[in-house]
Design a protein around this ligand. Structure first.
Ligand code: ASP
Ligand code: MG
Length: 245
């Protein structure tokens, strides 16, 4: 039995049908005898909409309340995915970052993850449940909800994969990997089978928004390969981000 860590981005859980589709895939992976953790982003553009709402209240949001607000999008997608799993007979539980043991620095809006206490995740594994965790957030020493910077769910996933010593962190998104150039601009762009952590970081610094840079740093530090792959075709292999030496 292995530990499998999946992360689904906002587009991949953007509609009820997509959430149900993800649930079927996750249930299959679980049925193969794996312990499965799923990290989710907020549905679609939820986080942007929450920020827009906030700006209609204040131009100067209190930082603690900002985190309280924008962490809620992930609670919606996590609980809906857990419900979808339970509905098809796959025991599951959704947990906030704090409930899942994700401990961050005491810095609102852009903390780093310090460590992950695994007791709760392991307890749920023992009970045979798929563990669905809200990405993008943890808890600080005061018990406050803290977010880890826009796009941070990738980093949540890699941090959980590292803490669980998973073989790989599967990041499902709306592209099927990393391309030599942007396929929307250059049609003959080639998909890469593998790319090194450093090359991936360079791409990110050039503005490629496929992966949150901190997730790549974290993956490099712990030697966790990231499999960046398509949520519109679960059978398709994507690009492995890993040590190529
Ligand atoms: N929902 C958060 C954002 O839009 C985190 C993420 O998607 O990774 O930034
Ligand atoms: Mg993202």
């Amino acid at each position: 039995m292995s530990i499998v860590v999946h992360k689904y981005g906002g587009t991949s859980v953007g509609t009820p049908d997509k959430i149900k589709n993800v649930a079927r895939h996750v249930a299959n992976v679980k049925a193969q005898g794996n312990d499965v953790v799923v990290i989710v982003s907020a549905m679609g553009h939820t986080t942007d909409e929450l920020i827009n709402l906030m700006h209609q209240i204040t131009k100067n949001p209190d930082h603690r309340e900002y985190d309280m607000l924008i962490s809620t999008g992930e609670q919606v997608s996590a609980s809906l995915l857990a419900m979808a799993l339970i509905d098809i007979g796959c025991p599951a539980v959704s947990l906030t970052g704090g409930q899942a043991g994700v401990v961050t620095e005491d810095i609102y809006k852009k903390a780093r993850i310090k460590h992950i206490k695994l007791d709760r995740i392991k307890k749920e594994f023992k009970e045979g449940k798929v563990v669905v965790i809200t990405g993008f957030q943890g808890i600080d020493s005061k018990g406050d909800i803290i977010t880890i910077g826009r796009g941070g769910s990738d980093t949540s996933a890699v941090a959980v994969a590292a803490a669980l010593n998973a073989d790989v962190c599967d990041i499902y998104t709306d592209v099927d990997g990393v391309y030599t150039t942007d396929p929307r601009i250059v049609p003959e762009a080639k998909r890469l089978d593998t790319i090194s952590y450093d090359e991936m970081l360079e791409l990110a610094s050039l503005g490629a928004q496929v992966l949150h840079p901190r997730s790549v740093e974290c993956a490099k530090h712990y030697g966790i390969p990231i499999h960046l792959r398509a949520s519109f075709d679960f059978a398709r292999t994507g690009t492995m981000v890993k040590d190529t030496k």
